[in-house]
Design a protein. Structure first.
Length: 232
C-alpha cells in the first residue's frame, strides 16, 4: 500500500512539473527565433517620357514605374505645384534635396481628406491600383493661364504606397504649359425678317434666341463636360 501511494505522489508531482515547464515555455519573455519582419517601402521612378523641362500646350501623358519587393503597390499619389509657390516659400530650386523636402512636408502638400478641399498644389491626388493592374501612366492636368501667351512652370511630384501603407521616396519632374483658346461657333441662323430689340422681356417678347457650341477636345475630351462660357 505504501509503495502505491508513493508512486501516485510521484505521478502527481511529475504532472505538475510538466505543466509548469509548458507554461514557462509559453511565457511572454520567450521570443520566436529569427529577426523581426521589416516592411520595405516601395520604389518609384519617373520614366523620361516626357523628358524633364518639356513644354506643353495640352495635358501630358506621364509615365512612371513603381515596385514593391515585399508586397504590392496599392496607390500612387501625385501633386502638381506651380514653381512660383516654391519661390514664394524661399526654396532654392537649384537643389534637388530642398525641392523634395518641400514636397515631403505635409504642411505644404497634405494627404487627401474627404472633408477638405483637395487641390493638386496643396494635396496629394490618389490613383488607386485595381487588383491585377499596375497603372504606370496617367494624363496629368497641368496648370495653364487664361492668356495663351503666358507659360506656367510647375513641378510634378509622384510617390507609391504599398499594402502596409509605407510610402516611397518622391520623384519629380519640371514641366511648363501654356493654354490655347477653345473653339466657339454660333449655331443660330439669322432671321431674314430681322429682330425686335426691346429694352426688356415680357410675356409676349422673350428676347432673341441664340444657340452656340464650344469645344476644347484637349482639355475637355468628354462632350458632356463643356468649358464655361462668357458673353457680352
Amino acid at each position: 500500500m505504501l509503495s502505491r501511494k508513493f508512486i501516485r505522489i510521484w505521478l502527481i508531482l511529475l504532472t505538475i512539473a510538466a505543466v509548469a515547464l509548458f507554461i514557462g515555455s509559453c511565457s511572454s519573455k520567450t521570443k520566436p527565433d529569427g529577426p523581426d519582419v521589416v516592411n520595405y517601402p516601395p520604389k518609384i521612378e519617373i520614366v523620361n517620357i516626357p523628358p524633364n523641362n518639356s513644354h506643353f500646350t495640352t495635358n501630358p501623358l506621364i509615365y512612371w514605374f513603381g515596385t514593391d519587393v515585399d508586397g504590392k503597390v496599392v496607390t500612387y499619389e501625385y501633386a502638381v505645384v506651380p514653381a512660383a509657390l516654391l519661390v514664394a516659400s524661399q526654396v532654392d530650386t537649384s537643389s534637388d534635396t530642398l525641392i523634395l523636402a518641400y514636397a515631403g512636408d505635409s504642411a505644404n502638400i497634405r494627404r487627401p481628406s474627404a472633408d477638405r478641399d483637395c487641390k493638386p498644389e496643396s494635396c496629394w491626388q490618389r490613383i488607386d491600383v485595381a487588383p491585377g493592374t499596375n497603372p504606370n501612366k496617367q494624363y496629368i492636368r497641368l496648370y495653364a493661364d487664361k492668356d495663351p501667351s503666358i507659360s506656367i512652370v510647375q513641378y510634378f511630384f509622384v510617390r507609391a504606397v504599398d499594402n502596409d501603407s509605407a510610402r516611397s521616396e518622391i520623384d519629380y519632374r519640371l514641366y511648363s504649359r501654356s493654354n490655347h483658346p477653345p473653339e466657339t461657333v454660333i449655331k443660330t441662323v439669322p432671321d431674314s425678317t430681322g429682330y425686335y430689340d426691346l429694352k426688356d422681356t415680357s410675356t409676349t417678347y422673350k428676347g432673341i434666341y441664340f444657340e452656340w457650341k464650344g469645344t476644347d477636345k484637349i482639355d475637355y475630351p468628354n462632350d458632356n463636360d463643356d468649358p464655361t462660357f462668357e458673353y457680352v
